[in-house]
Design a protein around this ligand. Structure first.
Ligand code: HAM
Length: 429
């Protein structure tokens, strides 16, 4: 019989690698708490219409990459429904904001999430079909200050702090403004006109994009097209005064806080909901998939989903890519051997229950204990203990009766007799 394997583009995360995942998640939670964010958990599947309307029908994500199925009715009272595994979480957060009328509080909502996302992309290093994001969103009624450029700068400053605290060396913040919906419509016209003169010299993908979605031409990676793209009009030239002032205020606050950035007028992002500030943090060590995280402002998304006006800004970090970057940086250190404080070795099966009691006693005192088995010969217990713990505690009939235990420390080879009442203190030393 053929053996079953994890599906292409998905993978198992195993110890000790998961220790690094946990450390990153704990650091993110701690940083978000300092900026007064709370956690939101939304379902991993949603009504397909949420992504079609939120992310945009024309985007690669919605047109080619979603895991969508017809969920059959199980009763007369139910309807068949088209459902989709979430390809991203911003649309879900905004749906929850509308559904729970969070805008009624009059306060800014500052929400973060950690969880799996699903896209049917071609798998390669740093690109998976089930991947994980750590993201956050700040949104609320305009009266709560949700449109303020200070929100954008604060989010970017928080990201710089998080990456620095994680020890990610050498990140680059790419920053742009894609303007309001009206600015972008104007830019699309300008770009279409400019492209009509040069597109015949460009790659076939660009020839298609020039017609369907001219902004996507800016994502083209074909070397021969680059000089042509560099000569095209830039989006900054199509921003109205309000959008220009907003962006200038974002960069001024970043300058004041000392957060470095690179202006990148080609950064238009692959989701339709963006307005004004857009950004990505890249890292050179990642190869082709070099975006560690991406995000931006989405001032019209709530209305697109039938909700009240609720401007917002957010980001999502590719957790898989963060782990790859840290692993490359830390080398072997990223997988510290997991070693228990002690291994309890019962001498014979009749001492198994007493060993469980001893292990329980020590674990309740906060020690990290590996429990052997009385069915093991002593030699086998020693071998297992040497691989998993710093010390071995032998529990035989004599030790149980006398309350004096024999402890061997592997690093020194020294064997010590320790009274049971002093064992926890001895093992902590
Ligand atoms: P995104 O740029 O599509 O934005 O994804 C954010 C990050 O998720 C990427 O920079 C990358 O690190 C990671 N990522 C995306 N696809 C994959 C994949 N197939 N495998 C591994 N990692 C991947 C969003 O998802 C927006 N919701 C971000 C946002 C939040 N904008 C505003 N708020």
């Amino acid at each position: 019989m053929s053996t079953l394997k994890a599906v292409r583009g998905t993978r198992d995360l195993l110890p000790p690698e998961t220790a690094l995942w946990n450390r990153i998640e704990a650091t993110a939670r701690a940083v978000f708490a300092r900026y007064n964010f709370g956690e939101i958990r939304t379902p991993v599947f949603e009504d397909t219409a949420l992504f079609a309307r939120g992310v945009g029908e024309e985007t690669d994500i919605v047109s080619k990459e979603m895991y969508t199925w017809e969920d059959r009715a199980r009763a007369q009272s139910e309807k068949t429904q088209s459902l989709t595994l979430r390809p991203e979480n911003t649309a879900g957060v905004v749906r929850a904001y509308i559904e729970h009328q969070l805008g009624e509080t009059g306060q800014l909502q500052k929400l973060y999430y950690i969880g799996p996302q699903f896209r049917r992309e071609r798998p390669q290093k740093g690109r998976y079909r089930q991947f994980y994001q750590i993201g956050a969103e700040v949104l609320g009624p305009p009266s709560a200050g949700s449109e303020s450029p200070l929100r954008d700068a604060e989010i970017l400053e928080m990201l710089a702090t998080l990456l620095d605290e994680l020890g990610i060396a050498g990140w680059t913040l790419h920053l742009n403004s894609v303007g309001s919906a009206a600015d972008r419509a104007r830019y699309n016209d300008t770009l279409r006109a400019a492209l009509s003169l040069v597109v015949s010299q460009m790659c076939v993908d660009c020839q298609r994009r020039a017609v369907t979605n001219p902004l996507r031409v800016l994502d083209c990676k074909v070397p021969a097209d680059q000089p042509i793209i560099e000569a095209l009009p830039v989006i900054a030239g199509s921003l109205d005064e309000a959008s220009q002032a907003h962006f200038a205020a974002v960069t001024a606050a970043l300058d004041a806080a000392g957060v470095p950035y690179t202006l990148n007028h080609r950064l238009v992002r692959g989701l339709d909901y963006y307005t004004r500030t857009t950004f990505e943090f890249t890292h050179g060590g990642l190869g082709a998939q070099n975006a560690l995280l991406g995000g931006g402002r989405y001032d019209g998304l709530s209305e697109m989903l039938g909700g009240p006006k609720a401007p917002g800004i957010g980001f999502a970090i590719g957790l898989d890519r963060l782990v790859l970057t840290l692993q490359a940086q830390l080398g072997q250190e990223s997988a510290p051997p997991q070693v228990a404080d002690a291994f309890v070795a019962p001498l014979g099966e009749s001492l198994n229950a007493a060993s469980l009691v001893l292990a329980r006693e020590l674990r309740h005192k906060g020690l990290w204990i590996e429990l052997g088995d009385g069915g093991f010969r002593l030699k086998k217990s020693f071998e297992a203990a040497d691989k998993t713990a710093r010390r071995i505690i032998i529990l035989g009939e004599d030790e149980l009766q006398s309350g004096i235990l024999t402890v061997k420390t592997f690093s020194t080879g020294i064997q010590t007799k320790v009274p049971r009442a002093e064992l926890a203190v001895f093992l902590s030393s």
